[in-house]
Design a protein around this ligand. Structure first.
Ligand code: BEZ
Length: 233
């Protein structure tokens, strides 16, 4: 809740605060900062919006740009996939609300979808600062393509950063969410290129003997440190 610090006459404090945010970049396991923001779905409090769900917060360099148009369209098309995983999505861009609203019309038209998740109008860079989404050596003014997955405990579970020129792979984002949700529930990890239905890896913290009780579908020991089990339900 830093909006009051950043707004108004305290310009020096604004820059100071931004600097601190840059230095103290978020890391995995950190609490995801809460904020209030103007969005295309109205004024929202991030934590209230998330409720007990998982969250995806992702930034875009600018409105009316081609790659961003496809990314927001793809996210809207995947609405049912996010819902199935109990994930709420929120986008960020530093453009104003009226531009977002016009742009959503273009996205719906060109990507044959309906964007109905909130897009934050982050003109004052509050959210971009809190989540370190502006990388000055890439661009002084625009956010890069940052993406955060936030757990129901409001902790940061995943951070991925792409440059402006590369659109994200949303199948990969869903895949990582599947892995995160599975490993939050079971003592497992997922191997390289894992996808839904593939065997998973028994967590190194679990002995093979305990694993045999935990995973009734069976445990295959390739090496004492490399044990596979069929994906738990
Ligand atoms: C885009 O979304 O298409 C884009 C935005 C900024 C720089 C390059 C591409």
């Amino acid at each position: 809740m830093v909006r009051w610090i950043i707004f108004g006459k305290h310009k020096t404090l604004f820059f100071f605060t931004n600097k601190i945010n840059s230095i103290m970049a978020l890391r995995l396991g950190d609490p995801a900062p809460n904020f209030q923001a103007s969005t295309t779905s109205g004024e929202l409090d991030f934590y209230t919006y998330l409720g007990d769900s998982w969250g995806v917060l992702f930034s875009h360099p600018a409105d009316f740009t081609p790659v961003c148009t496809t990314e927001l369209g793809r996210t809207a098309q995947l609405k049912d996939e996010f819902a199935k995983r109990n994930v709420k999505v929120m986008a960020v861009s530093v453009d104003p609300l009226d531009k977002h609203q016009q742009w959503v019309g273009d996205i719906n038209e060109t990507q044959n979808t309906t964007v109905d998740f909130p897009i934050i109008a982050d003109q004052d860079r509050t959210v971009s600062g809190l989540y370190d989404m502006i990388h000055p050596n890439a661009s002084e003014t625009f956010t890069v393509r940052s993406l955060f997955v936030i757990g129901p405990d409001k902790k940061v579970k995943l951070m991925i950063t792409y440059p402006a020129s590369t659109g994200r792979n949303f199948v990969e984002i869903l895949r990582v969410i599947d892995s995160l949700q599975l490993s939050a529930k079971h003592s497992i990890a997922t191997p390289a290129d894992w996808k839904q239905g593939d065997d998973v890896i028994v967590s190194p913290a679990v002995s093979t003997e305990d694993a045999k009780n935990k995973f009734p579908k069976g445990v295959k020991e390739v090496k004492p440190y490399l044990r596979y089990t069929p994906q738990p339900e």
